[in-house]
Design a binder for this molecule. Sequence first.
Ligand SMILES: Nc1ncnc2c1ncn2[C@@H]1O[C@H](COP(=O)(O)OP(=O)(O)OP(=O)(O)O)[C@@H](O)[C@H]1O
Length: 264
Amino acid sequence: MTDTTQSRGRVEIDDVVIRFKGKQGTVTALERTSHVLEPGTFTSLIGPSGCGKSTLMNAIAGFVTPAEGALRLDGKPITGPSPEVGVIFQQYALFPWFTALNNVRFGLKQFGLSKREEIDRARAALDEVGLAAHADKYPQQLSGGMKQRVAIARTFAVEPKVLLMDEPFGALDAQTRLVMHDLLLGIWRKHKATVLFVTHDVDEALLLSDHVQVMSQAPGRLIRHYHLTQERPRALSRSGNELLEIRDEILGLLHPKTMLADTL
Ligand SMILES: Nc1ncnc2c1ncn2[C@@H]1O[C@H](COP(=O)(O)OP(=O)(O)OP(=O)(O)O)[C@@H](O)[C@H]1O
């Protein structure tokens, strides 16, 4: 018998090339790329500005169609947006005229639940992100971290197989980011979604991920893969920690000229 949990959230990026047509002609936003995101894994994507990180994410979300190659979720072609793939952006994308509870309920509308079920599920999701007491507040009454918690609750309430996060904590201060890391790892473990996480912050990638994929300058392609097996929660402060060596390598890949200047 097939174990369906084994195929829950497997993303295949198969020889994908993405191009955009503009006034100056056609731009290659993503060079030929192949990769598999295994179910339930947490992968960070890191690379220089404009290398195609968001483009790859948008293609997996079904917002952008590759010029060549194929994207599949659990063996089925990705042909457009679907509730199986959740997306969280840096900007919280909450409706200002809805309370936190109703923002989460909005994501559940597509499932035809009764009003009671919808409210119960939305409340449970807000509870998971520590916002049960703020359910009736509007986004403008919430801090940046709280708004992003609402966005996380809204996305996980739908139980997506895959969660795409595009610099989700980029607008938050360092302390709030750390709190959000713990929160995200806790919820991810519980829901077992496959996560693809775009960040500019190497430390964030190392603290959170099972896999780190480094991309080249534009037009981007995957140039280095790290499989991180260290137990979480992780710290980057202890010397002798192999994560520190990986951090230096990644910084060298991202800023080769700076590294060279430092050694002269
Ligand atoms: N809709 C679009 N139309 C035309 N060109 C686009 C479009 N979206 C992205 N591009 C181009 O594709 C390339 C990759 O952009 P993308 O936003 O994916 O990079 P990124 O790695 O996410 O950058 P950043 O880290 O700065 O957010 C860039 O040259 C960008 O200008």
